[in-house]
Design a protein around this ligand. Structure first.
Ligand code: NAI
Length: 338
């Protein structure tokens, strides 16, 4: 009887050891905010990812239920739940990748910046935990306003002496996912065949789709360019209004977050040629952070690509984007300075 109990208690560990011996390239991933609108479908999709061997689900509410539910899926990853601040360190210890969708979402009429007061403090606390428990982890930051929360995270890591700009990535993948979808609709093509670079940041005019660089090469009328740019910039608001007070994009965001996390894990495994857009510490413009195409590798961001040739419409958009971004970045930096 004692043996049985022991075996039950250590079953997760045995599973992990067994997988480690098999040489499978399993990574340990934590989701912070795992019980939320994004967190739950994100947890489900990460449980389905064959590159994940251990999945830690952390939130300040409801993780026991979400964890029990997800853990019954007959996929490889071992799932563990962590509830409340006192379990944050256990949730983070040993992680290779930390994905952060914790914080409040928008309601109709709100900008992403309106979330700053609540989410800034949440991100600071979570990043202090990362500095302490898994300073080498790759961080995928989803919590809005991304244009400010990424600078907040950087400042927290700097204060703790653990900052490695290559490992901190603001997730702008949903803008790329939307851009691919909307461009495909206009062109009458399959969205899977479309690749739209989206640069700048993740809010309103800072979201700058480079429609002149779409792959496969194509051209748009001025009217199409204006329609597409506006729809991509306001895609989030479209969802916020349709949900009418019940939150912002969660399902498409979980999809985008997993697409991005999977790219990070493939890069960690050593795959070559993993290129995605992300909001990172950058010298592509005069701003300290900027979203553009980056090459991911074992250390996170290994190369940041220049913006490439822009047309007049994009050059005007870039100036607007930079003006707004500068303020959002400064707001994040000074929050931690306080
Ligand atoms: P939600 O309110 O449904 O879920 C947020 C979760 O965070 C909740 O379960 C809550 O308990 C948890 N949480 C709150 N404080 C926490 C703390 N201190 N530690 C850990 N967890 C904590 O919100 P939803 O819809 O999942 O959105 C989450 C965030 O993602 C929002 O800030 C939203 O604006 C942002 N977002 C970002 C996008 C992007 O493209 N980067 C797209 C869509 C949303």
């Amino acid at each position: 009887r004692t043996n049985n109990l022991k075996m039950e208690g250590s079953s997760n560990l045995r599973l992990e050891n067994c997988r480690a011996k098999g040489g499978s390239p399993g990574f340990k991933v934590a989701i912070l905010g795992a019980a939320g609108g994004i967190g739950q479908p994100l947890a489900m999709l990460m449980k389905m990812n064959p590159l994940v061997s251990v999945l830690h689900l952390y939130d300040v509410v409801n993780t026991p239920g979400v964890t029990a539910d997800i853990s019954h899926m007959d996929t490889g990853a071992v799932v563990r739940g962590f509830l409340g601040q006192q379990q944050l360190e256990d949730a983070l210890t040993g992680m290779d990748l930390v994905i952060i969708p914790a914080g409040v979402p928008r309601k109709p009429g709100m900008t992403r910046d309106d979330l700053f007061n609540i989410n800034a403090g949440i991100v600071r606390t979570l990043c202090e935990g990362i500095s302490k428990c898994c300073p080498k982890a790759i961080v995928n930051l989803i919590s809005n306003p991304v244009n400010s929360t990424v600078p907040i995270a950087a400042e927290v890591f700097k204060k703790a002496g653990t900052y490695d700009p290559r490992r901190l990535l603001g997730v702008t993948m949903l803008d790329v996912v939307r851009a691919n979808t909307f461009v495909a609709e206009v062109l009458g093509l399959d969205p899977r065949d479309i690749d739209v670079p989206v640069v700048g940041g993740h809010a309103g005019v800072t979201i700058l789709p480079l429609l002149s660089q779409v792959k496969p090469p194509c051209s748009f009328t001025q009217q199409e360019t204006e329609y597409l740019t506006s729809r991509i910039q306001n895609g989030g608001t479209e969802v916020v209004e349709a949900k009418a007070g019940a939150g912002s994009a969660t399902l498409s965001m979980a999809y985008a977050a997993v697409k991005f996390a999977d790219a990070c894990l493939r890069a960690l495994r050593g795959d070559a040629g993993v290129i995605e857009c992300a909001f990172v510490s950058s010298q592509v413009t005069e701003l300290p952070f900027f979203a553009s195409r980056v090459r991911l590798g074992r250390n996170g961001v290994e190369e940041i690509y220049p913006l490439g040739p822009l047309n007049e419409y994009e050059r005007v958009g870039l100036e607007k984007a930079k003006k707004e971004l500068a303020g959002s970045i400064e707001k994040g930096v000074s929050f931690v300075g306080k």
